[in-house]
Design a protein around this ligand. Structure first.
Ligand SMILES: [Fe+2]
Ligand SMILES: [Fe+2]
Length: 265
């Protein structure tokens, strides 16, 4: 079973990169399952219903994970609970039902899988609950027969991400980080079972400060101004990981990084 997991998709530039590259990625890798983090997919903050439909129906993405920006577009409250394949960070203080942090599905090719989404506590918004406890709880809801177990851990620090991955090593198939919008090169398989990377990186404009317009970001850091925010436009790249799983055991057999440069094609 092959899984393509992509990190935070940043606004229109990120969605354009997805549209441009997904068909060739499908041709090259034939992924059974595609997971995308959608917390920044609408103008860099949140996800609208139109964009949810674009990602799922038009682009064929199977599961959308989220993060601290999940509720930035208030209309999400109207549709988030009608679509099981939108997975919220189950331990976030403003997520009332922790079960919304877990989706159990079956691929068109017949593989069963579970995707969980959790958020960190270090350098993050206040009120997030213990992700270690919540990981145990969410995965305890997964039937024993579903061996492919995946976690998008949306967190700021490499240490918290690696600690949770080590905590779950040998018990889940894949732990990957999102939220920093910065890809790391430490992809590996823990305990010969659990694929891991600290952050898959964003799909969006890299001539930026984590996807945000550089001038606006500098105004914030230099003058404390918080206006003119929005996605940058240039050096658009797609980043993610491609993993191969043994769906009978849940063992991650292979993990590789994926990068495509939109600007240079
Ligand atoms: Fe993000
Ligand atoms: Fe985030």
């Amino acid at each position: 079973m092959k899984i393509l997991a992509l990190g935070d998709v940043i606004g229109r530039p990120g969605r354009q990169a997805l549209e441009f590259f997904l068909s060739s990625l499908r041709e090259e890798y034939s992924p059974d399952l595609i997971i995308v983090n959608g917390e920044n997919s609408a103008g860099g903050a949140g996800m609208t219903f139109a964009i949810f439909e674009e990602l799922t129906h038009k682009l064929g993405i199977d599961v959308i994970t989220m993060g601290n920006h999940w509720m930035d577009k208030k209309e999400i409250y109207n549709f988030v609970h009608k679509h099981e394949n939108i997975v919220l960070p189950g331990n976030m203080g403003n997520v009332s039902d922790p079960r919304k942090g877990l989706f159990i599905g079956t691929t068109k090719t017949g593989h069963r899988y579970a995707v969980a989404n959790l958020i960190g506590r270090v350098f993050m918004v206040e009120g997030n609950k213990n992700p270690f406890d919540f990981a145990d709880m969410l995965f305890s809801y997964v039937p024993a027969s579903v061996r492919v177990r995946i976690l998008d851990f949306h967190a700021e620090t490499s240490s918290e991400k690696q600690a949770l991955a080590q905590y779950l090593a040998g018990r889940v198939s894949l732990v990957y980080g999102t939220h920093t919008h910065t890809p790391t090169a430490d992809h590996r398989i823990l305990r010969n079972h659990t694929g891991f990377v600290t952050d898959v990186g964003m799909t969006g404009p890299y001539d930026s400060v984590i996807g945000t317009d550089t001038e606006a970001s500098l105004r914030r850091f230099l003058k404390g101004e918080k206006k003119g925010w929005g996605p940058a436009k240039n050096d658009i790249q797609l980043h993610g990981i491609l993993t191969e799983m043994d769906s009978a055991t849940g063992q991650c057999l292979k993990i590789e990084r994926i990068r495509r440069d939109f600007a240079s094609t």
